[in-house]
Write a protein that binds this ligand. Sequence first.
Ligand code: SER
Length: 537
Amino acid sequence: MFRLLLRRLRPLSGPPGLLSVRSARSFSGCPPELSAAGIRSTFLDFFRQKHGHLLVPSSPVRPRGDPSLLFVNAGMNQFKPIFLGTVDPRSDMASYRRVVNSQKCVRAGGKHNDLEDVGRDVYHHTFFEMLGNWSFGDYFKEEACLMAWSLLTEHYGIPADRLYVSYFAGDAASGLTADEDTRQIWLDIGVPPSHLLPFGLKENFWEMGDSGPCGPCTEIHYDHVGGRDAASLVNADSPDVVEIWNLVFMQYNREVDNSLRLLPQFSVDTGMGLERLVSVLQGKRSNYDTDLFTPLIHDIHQRSRVGPYSGRMGAADHGKVDMAYRVVSDHIRTLSVCIADGVHPGMSGAELVLRRILRRAVRFCVEVLQAPQGALASLVPTVVHTLGDVYPELHREADRIMDVINENEDHFLSSLQQGSRLIHRTLNKMDYKHGVFPASVAWSLHRDLGFPLDLVDLILEEKGVQVDPQELDRLIAENHKVASGEQSGERSQVMLDILSLAELQRLAVPHTDDGLKYQYRLDQDRYSTRTDSHLHR
Ligand code: SER
């Protein structure tokens, strides 16, 4: 039966036509004319035009009505009510069956936090774009795999022998069997068994949170080297073999008692990082060498007093100059997108994270790249130039973004001076014998003046003094609890049971019409229901 389905689906993909790059080359990366913008629009057009998906705009990076998130960190976030079965049946979202989008994502706080990796490696970012397609009770595993394979190998022209596919191996302790359906689908598509790899819960069972929709996933990985057996490098943190696309099959609901129940409706949720895909298609090992970043790196060099970017890492990167290029080019994108969406540098939650990002960027700009004050904000037009066509709010908000960055930079640079003075005063007063600097002073410098802790360490290192590490960890942990809302009860939310909702729908229980509650008038000091004629105009 599955083979019949394959035959039925194949014509849907048709011959490669959205991008006429496949025939134009032997694969050695990608032709230069294949820009990030072209790669993004090919993805969206493939699902929209060839496979009948509705194009839904990216949501802002500030999550709406979801206190469990600091920032939007995956394409599926805005569709969470559909998965949970809590979507208002009168809303547009309730009619979504096949959807495609390119979502602005920030992973700089909370569960997904890549901030510390940024600049140290060449493939983590605080801001990235997630390309995704969704089926809400429409197609399932077969069609999702077929479309993904067709797009990658036929339309983008990636050689199949560079691709490895992982699938869920099952987990006896959870009573979950291996996802043999998916394995068979990939075999039928033509993936050789040597490129088809089983992995456990951690890698191949995707969960939205501690409870809620979840299911096995299948991931497509790319080997940048090729011409070898790279199976052992899949999911092994190798920069040469990277995951590019995650296809999640939402089949279960994780109950609060940790048990799994089958969902009334099966869905598909996929996500592919645009920056990684572009590096694959442009034949670059580093995301910073793609056209999403090279204009920024060029402009940073113009404003700096150091040599050009040369892609060095670790000990070879003397003075952390190349790391500074990577950090500044990453952070200016994040700052621009967040400020455009109304997240401003501030004192708690996402705002505090953004303040740290801004201050980290300023420090690298001023201290390492030796750029003048104002250099950071002057990069905003380049961000607008590379991203503004897809996210038009960047065009609209460009002046405001620059003002916010400049004001905050100004304030931070004077805090830096104040902070350095306070450290030196404390050092003069303290007993040097123990060589331990009070964590409370370091922490208040960081919290109140936004003085980076690593800068405190650097200044103290020169004096042979160290911040009390245990006490500092304790203060950080305490602050983390407050920032994540654990003490305020912010996280406790009434979550309607998805299966109970499905049962109500099955029994055709009508949706509550709460329209009347908005139809009232205030007569002197009394509210009454408005039944007068002007309500019904
Ligand atoms: N939600 C999945 C992820 O974030 C697939 O999009 O990887």
